[in-house]
Write a protein that binds this ligand. Structure first.
Ligand SMILES: Cc1cc2nc3c(=O)[nH]c(=O)nc-3n(C[C@H](O)[C@H](O)[C@H](O)COP(=O)(O)OP(=O)(O)OC[C@H]3O[C@@H](n4cnc5c(N)ncnc54)[C@H](O)[C@@H]3O)c2cc1C
Length: 260
């Protein structure tokens, strides 16, 4: 039976976010929260793996208390349990302490055969966290994966590489990051949602993890946002061309070899 984890992040709906000009941080106050879209694909990949080879799925997030709704949604899809790592000392983390804390949570829970992540998030989009978790745990990793099989204790994965696809075999334990649209995620069912609410979410704080406060959250973050500028939309002032001007323009483009 495979022990499977899926790391998921609750993000503001990208349609609703703006940048606060004073604090230079994301203004999330007006934004609806959603599960980071590739993390839903990662959960679907985990469920398909469980359906085929047997296993148990734990969805894990590090975030504020309200992130429990994201975990419940994914338990409604078919994950067996949800872990919310939340503590004031985890706040303000850049990708280094985020990966460190999540790897420590995985360790604290007894380790996993495979940890799925999304390829990247829609709010910070670094794609660092999955590979960071693999490095902290010292395990194998495959990124940008759209297909996963399990054979003789190994994972056979198909990765997207620019303009082509790569099939590789990696050992256990492994971290695998799943691409957006890798699969078609199933909808949560009412029965599973009720089951999830009854089961509830397990909360893990730094009281349990006992991580050095200088290695987590804002204190453990080596990156600092020095400045941020909002780029104004380019002013669009279209000129209406007459037939003559269009003819001239086409002739000029043909002359320059831009069009034939
Ligand atoms: C330079 C810089 C400075 C920043 N400063 C701040 C700051 O001051 N305050 C602040 O709040 N944020 C800050 N952030 C954002 C913060 O770093 C990210 O929210 C966090 O580290 C995750 O990075 P990401 O969103 O790029 O994840 P990615 O690496 O793009 O995520 C890949 C995958 O990792 C998993 N994952 C990512 N985050 C989590 C999570 N929290 N829980 C579970 N799984 C997860 C998901 O599966 C996700 O699909 C900063 C980011 C940068 C780049």
């Amino acid at each position: 039976m495979l022990k499977i984890a899926v790391m998921i992040k609750q993000v503001p709906d990208s349609q609703d976010i703006s940048i606060d000009p004073v604090t230079k941080t994301l203004n999330r106050s007006m934004a609806r929260n959603v599960v980071n879209p590739p993390d839903v694909n990662a959960t679907e990949a985990a469920i398909q793996l469980k359906d085929k080879y047997g296993g148990e799925i734990t969805v894990i997030t590090m975030g504020p208390p309200m992130a429990d709704t994201a975990l419940l949604q994914l338990m409604g899809m078919g994950a067996d349990s949800g872990i919310l790592a939340t503590d004031r000392v985890f706040a303000g983390a850049d990708t280094w302490p985020t990966a460190f804390t999540l790897a420590s949570v995985a360790d604290y829970l007894g380790g996993f055969d495979v940890i799925f992540c999304g390829e990247e998030t829609t709010d910070s989009s670094t794609g660092h966290v999955g590979p960071g978790i693999a490095e902290f745990l010292g395990c194998e990793q495959a990124t940008y994966v759209h297909k996963v099989e399990y054979e003789d204790g190994h994972f056979i994965v198909n990765r997207d590489i620019e303009g082509a696809e790569e099939t590789i075999k990696i050992g256990r334990p492994a971290v695998i990051t799943i691409t957006l649209n890798a699969n078609e995620p199933r909808n949560p069912t009412l029965k599973r949602k009720i089951g999830a609410y009854k089961k509830g979410i397990r909360v893990v704080t730094n009281k349990e993890l006992q991580l050095d406060p200088s290695c987590i959250g804002l204190k453990g973050s080596p990156t600092i946002v020095k400045d941020m500028k909002t780029v104004p939309d380019p002013v669009k002032n279209p000129t209406k061309l007459g037939v003559e001007e269009i003819d001239k323009l086409v002739s000029a483009l043909v002359e320059k070899g831009v069009v034939k």
